[in-house]
Design a protein around this ligand. Structure first.
Ligand SMILES: *Cc1c(COP(=O)(O)O)cnc(C)c1O
Ligand code: SF4
Length: 454
């Protein structure tokens, strides 16, 4: 190794044993020993739901993160195992009937496809509006919605070590080619970044880019150290591997190379941020999870935590407070609390915005200032990321105080605006302007943008 970075030798560390990555999907439900003790009805429900929505869980999550004495309420169980109410009753009944009749695989898949199409597979105009072009050609696998940040979906990273039941990217995982936002190769990404010097942040996302081999990550990231990419100041990697497979950073065959890659990027002046998806403190209770965090932080990379607020998983202020506090203790920076998007099994997981805000506030009150860096609850909607800043009364009218944290037009950012209070609204499009206004201030401009790109 000719690099000056000798990171893995420097870190004082306990030896961890390698763990074999063993994963189960819908086909293997009957191979998961520990769920065979569950009621037969529950197992059948899992079978029905996993015929429609993605299901994937690995042995580490099953054995180390779930408390099997607390079923069905365990948050990690709810996070990864399919639940009956994730499907609307008519959809559930239709699939249950199909399976009971002993239908063949083809028929089951056809029914599944029809149901999926009714579940808003691509919310917030993701397919139509954010597709950048390079030399007149649309670049698949790249999204450029906010001026300074580009999202890249590497084609080798379009899966995850386990799937979250609520995932808004669910359409990508069920094999529908039209919906898959797969990527082109590294060259096209680099070509685009080179031409767009307004971009300062590259965000690798997925699926989970951490399912990729290190050598692929090197292909994407190492060239960014060349002078023509000096404008790329920050490399972010969105991942849930710190929860679902921390061994990726510790004992996997190419874990040390990965850690060295982070260290090299940092040493050469890039800010490397691991955008860790967390929903619950229970995800950070194992020694291996803590070790993975330690190793990443030792490279000089930052870890920022973000994740949605989800009914049945983390609709609990104390759980959020405990998670943020734990993150701060381990050197992780709490970053975003998201509102679950309007797609897939949203009916099962959604919370009214008013409730999400109450939980946020109750949680943030409990933690020290260092954990109050978590912004939210924030909706990643078509026009931008909209945060609920508060609930108040203005001249007798109860309102939500809102602001853009990110806007399709950067000039929208940080302007406060108001919506009529609602007990039940769960998303931006259900909100109405308050104080006698007919429209929100950004609506006409957004409408124009939509038509322009339509
Ligand atoms: C959230 C998000 C970003 C990054 O926004 P930050 O506020 O800088 O974290 C970039 N692109 C898209 C499409 C996003 O949703
Ligand atoms: S880890 Fe992220 S992309 Fe993967 S299933 Fe969970 S939410 Fe979706």
């Amino acid at each position: 190794m000719n690099s000056v970075v000798q990171f893995p030798n420097r870190i004082p560390t306990v030896e961890f044993e390698e763990r074999r990555f063993q994963v189960y999907t819908a086909k293997h439900l009957d191979k998961i020993d520990v769920i065979q003790q569950l009621p037969e009805d529950t197992l059948f429900e899992m079978k029905v739901v996993s015929s429609v929505l993605p299901f994937r869980v690995n042995e580490y999550v099953i054995n180390e993160l779930i408390n099997w004495d607390n079923i069905p309420n365990d948050p990690i169980y709810q996070l990864v195992f399919p639940q009956r109410d994730m499907l609307r009753p008519e959809h559930y009944d239709r699939m249950a009937e199909t399976i009971r009749e002993g239908a063949d695989k083809q028929t089951i898949n056809a029914v599944a496809k029809e149901i999926r199409e009714e579940l808003n597979p691509h919310p917030a105009g993701q397919m139509q509006m954010n597709m950048p072009e390079l030399d007149g050609e649309v670049l698949d696998g790249v999204q450029h919605k906010y001026r300074e940040t580009v999202l890249f979906f590497p084609s080798q990273g379009q899966t995850c070590h386990s799937y979250c039941t609520f995932c808004f990217r669910w359409a990508q995982f069920v094999g529908d080619k039209d919906l898959k936002m797969a990527s082109t190769d590294a060259e096209k990404l680099h070509g685009y970044l080179q031409q767009h010097t307004e971009i300062s942040d590259l965000l690798l996302t997925g699926g989970d880019p951490m399912v990729m081999k290190t050598k692929h990550l090197v292909q994407y990231l190492e060239p960014l150290l060349e002078p023509e990419f000096d404008h790329i100041r920050t490399i972010r990697i969105g991942t849930k591997a710190l929860t679902f497979w921390p061994y990726r950073f510790v004992t996997d065959k190419d874990a040390d190379e990965l850690i060295e890659l982070f260290a090299r990027l940092v040493e050469k002046g890039k800010h490397v941020a691991i955008m860790a998806h967390y929903n619950h403190w229970q995800e950070i209770t194992t020694e291996i999870a803590e070790e993975a965090i330690r190793r990443i932080r030792f490279t000089g990379a930052e870890i920022r935590a973000q994740g949605p607020i989800i009914k049945h998983v983390n609709d609990d202020a104390d759980a959020w407070a405990r998670m943020w506090q734990k993150q701060v203790e381990l050197g992780i920076i709490p970053y975003y609390m998201f509102v679950e998007r309007d797609t897939g099994a949203k009916n099962h997981f959604e919370l009214p915005l008013a409730r999400a805000y109450d939980i946020y506030r109750d949680a943030i009150k409990q933690v020290s200032g260092l954990a109050r860096t978590a912004r939210g609850p924030s909706m990643s909607a078509g026009p931008g990321k909209v945060e609920i800043q508060g609930i108040t009364e203005i001249k007798g009218e109860k309102v939500f105080v809102l602001r853009f944290l990110q806007g399709r037009n950067p000039d929208w950012v940080q302007r406060p605006f108001f919506a009529k209070y609602s007990d039940t609204a769960t998303w931006l499009h259900e909100l109405e302007p308050a104080l006698g206004e007919e429209k929100f201030f950004f609506e006409d401009e957004y409408e124009q943008m939509r038509r322009g790109n339509g």
